[in-house]
Design a protein around this ligand. Structure first.
Ligand code: ZN
Ligand code: ZN
Length: 202
């Protein structure tokens, strides 16, 4: 199913509520999203509806000492923001982790080259990152033989639906299992306004 693993709500700097983002994601043809607000899991925790036929994975986008990291499959915040400690915790707790928008503008706190030394998965395509930086991340992932993701980093409903990954599974548990095993494929389709760029990049 189509899964977007990087979605913000008004529990951090997103414009829409979790319920609005879920409705928007359903309309856009996604089967699941991870709510990954900055340094909080409250959006998922406060969700009292469990939508029919749509999966919401709990997550966060953590500001670590080395850059932004997406964590999926957590119901409480991790005990540390120090990357090395975090990666140990991730391993011990079956959490899916990916360095977010590894090459990006400095104010977005990308991890850069170091991500390829310590992560099994990185986010290469990000809907809010300049195209040439996404392209650079894809090339580096291929070169380092590392799996990569394609996520929207949606901060409002309108950002949803164009960036996602195909992950096998019908339940949250199956999706988590396949993510952890690396069984997923990113969709490398760019929005129509970027078609002229995509022809050159891909
Ligand atoms: Zn970020
Ligand atoms: Zn983000």
């Amino acid at each position: 199913m189509r899964v977007d693993l990087h979605v913000h709500t008004n529990f951090s700097d997103g414009k829409n509520s979790p319920v609005e983002m879920i409705a928007g994601a359903k309309r856009a043809g996604l089967g699941a999203i991870a709510i990954t607000d900055h340094n909080t899991v409250e959006g998922w925790k406060n969700l009292n509806l469990r939508p029919n036929g749509f999966i919401v994975l709990p997550g966060t986008e953590l500001s670590t000492d080395k850059g932004h990291v997406i964590l999926v499959g957590i119901k409480d915040m991790p005990p540390t923001k120090i990357l090395e400690e975090l990666l140990d915790w991730v391993k011990d707790n079956n959490v899916f982790a990916a360095a977010a928008h590894v090459y990006d503008l400095p104010f977005r706190n990308p991890m850069g080259d170091y991500a390829f030394e310590v992560f099994k998965v990185i986010e290469a395509m990000n809907g809010q990152t300049p195209r040439h930086m996404c392209k650079r991340a894809i090339s580096a992932a291929v070169k380092n033989n590392i799996k990569y993701l394609c996520n929207s980093d949606a901060h409002k409903v309108q950002h949803l639906g164009t960036y996602y990954n195909n992950v096998p599974g019908e339940t949250a548990e199956e999706l988590m299992d396949n993510l952890l095993k690396g069984n997923f494929e990113p969709l490398l389709k760019l929005p129509h306004s970027f078609d002229f760029v995509s022809k050159r990049i891909f």
